[in-house]
Design a protein. Structure first.
Ligand SMILES: Cc1cc2nc3c(=O)[nH]c(=O)nc-3n(C[C@H](O)[C@H](O)[C@H](O)COP(=O)(O)OP(=O)(O)OC[C@H]3O[C@@H](n4cnc5c(N)ncnc54)[C@H](O)[C@@H]3O)c2cc1C
Length: 405
């Protein structure tokens, strides 16, 4: 625990969920003078693979700028591995495409970081402020919705009142459920297998994504020339891959990935995550806002889930800070609507592109192969299309606040 007195019965904002997105919101609000309480039921145990957290995220260049502005990046940068190039190709080797950071005049397209490192860096940033209380392990027993506030009763008997409750509690959000908000869901019937692997050759900052009919295989550059794989496969195939002995898995990986980095010589422990797309039917209600996976969950093939969540956190923090400056009630629907309206275009366009990618690369309709090849050739040969794609996917074209005061 840090910051506020344990017995305080009021918080300006209560954030439920201390994952990367909930913590990003706490970081963004920590210097505003508002009293913030984060309620985390107990962070999931880190699962190690070759000594590294098997959960990693590619943080795109635009979001690195946000984390720099938040004062988080300074604690994270030595654990971050730059992605300078990305190579995308499909199972028929038709029209591969290469993205290079020099084409958008940046030093990297993004950085690969272990999720636990990001969380630790955010915790360090939060400790710089007395305004954030991190309660863990803690859970809410009951919520009472009133006109002007929400009363939050914790399982330890403590009661807190707040004008705004934020659900940052992940894809199965309890807050969302308590607010009576349903979801649109898309089950990809796939699992994402993650592991740390060691290739023979240095990755030299290259990331690889190979699209297969059963789902994409990503090989992402980590520090010390290790790589992280995210191998998305249909459920039965994923289960088969998970059951394999280490040697058989390495062989399957080498066959599927190819010789781009020589052979992959070692693979650490594997973990598998079910993949689904999901969007909350409402992102805000009076006195409630959803951010991160609680609001939307996307296929990890573009590595954008937490990037979207961090952008949610920044825009919501800005709206809360502005409302306070102008003496508005930041839990009122009129204020929260402004957050929702700014975020929906970004979220919906990314969700639609993920769906499109998924269909184009896994669909079996006649003509799709040719369409895919043509699309890749067009994107690869046209500097302008490539620039737009790169600026959009790295979040560099978005007007997102980098600092809140
Ligand atoms: C295989 C895979 C690879 C991915 N790769 C990338 C990538 O490269 N780049 C990227 O941007 N995204 C990636 N993602 C997506 C990314 O991991 C998620 O978008 C991100 O973790 C969501 O963060 P969050 O904080 O919203 O939710 P979570 O990480 O789910 O955090 C929610 C937190 O809330 C807590 N909580 C839950 N319920 C309660 C409750 N009732 N009370 C209190 N606390 C509660 C949980 O303990 C948890 O700490 C990937 C996802 C997968 C599955």
């Amino acid at each position: 625990m840090s910051g506020l007195s344990q017995h305080s019965d009021y918080a300006d904002v209560i954030i439920v969920g201390g994952g990367m997105v909930g913590l990003a919101l706490a970081c963004a609000l920590r210097h505003t003078g508002l009293q913030i309480v984060v309620i985390e039921r107990g962070e999931p145990q880190v699962r190690y693979s070759l000594g590294r957290d098997c959960r990693v995220s590619a943080i795109v260049r635009g979001n690195v700028r946000i984390l720099e502005g938040l004062g988080v990046w300074k604690y994270l940068q030595e654990d971050a591995s730059p992605m300078r190039q990305m190579r995308v190709w499909d199972h028929q080797e038709a029209g591969g495409i290469r993205f290079d950071c020099s084409e958008i005049e940046e030093d990297a397209l993004g950085y690969l970081v272990e999720n636990s490192c990001t969380q630790q860096a955010m915790h360090r940033a939060i400790l710089e402020s007395d305004n954030v209380e991190f309660c863990c392990p803690a859970e809410i027993a009951e919520l009472q919705w009133q006109r002007e506030q929400v009363t939050v009763k914790l399982t330890d008997g403590r009661t807190l009142n707040t004008p705004l409750l934020v659900g940052a509690d992940g894809v199965r959000s309890w807050v969302r459920e308590q607010a009576g908000i349903g979801v649109w869901q898309r089950d990809y019937k796939q699992k994402g297998i993650v592991a740390t692997v060691r290739p023979q050759q240095s990755h030299r900052g290259q990331a690889f994504q190979r699209f297969l009919p059963t789902g994409p295989l990503a090989m992402l550059p980590m520090t010390d020339d290790l790589c992280s794989i995210v191998w998305s496969a249909e459920n039965s195939e994923a289960e088969r891959l998970m059951r394999m002995e280490d040697d058989a898995f390495l062989q399957a990986l080498n066959l599927t990935f190819g010789p781009m980095l020589g052979r992959v010589v070692e693979a650490g422990e594997r973990a598998a995550f079910p993949l689904k797309g999901q969007l909350a039917r409402h992102v805000v209600r009076e006195r409630v806002a959803l951010i991160g996976d609680a609001a939307h969950c996307i296929h990890p093939l573009a590595g954008l889930g937490v990037n979207l969540g961090i952008r949610d956190a920044m825009v919501l923090a800005q709206e809360i800070a502005d409302a306070r400056r102008f003496d508005e009630d930041w839990g009122a629907l009129s204020v929260l609507d402004r957050y929702m309206k700014q975020r929906l275009p970004d979220v919906l366009s990314i969700m639609a592109s993920m769906e499109g990618f998924h269909q184009i690369f896994t669909g079996r309709l006649p003509g799709l192969k040719e369409l895919r090849g043509l699309g890749m050739r067009l994107a690869g040969n046209s500097g302008a299309i490539k620039q737009i794609l790169m600026r959009n996917s790295t979040g560099l074209s978005l007007p997102v606040p980098k600092q809140i005061s």
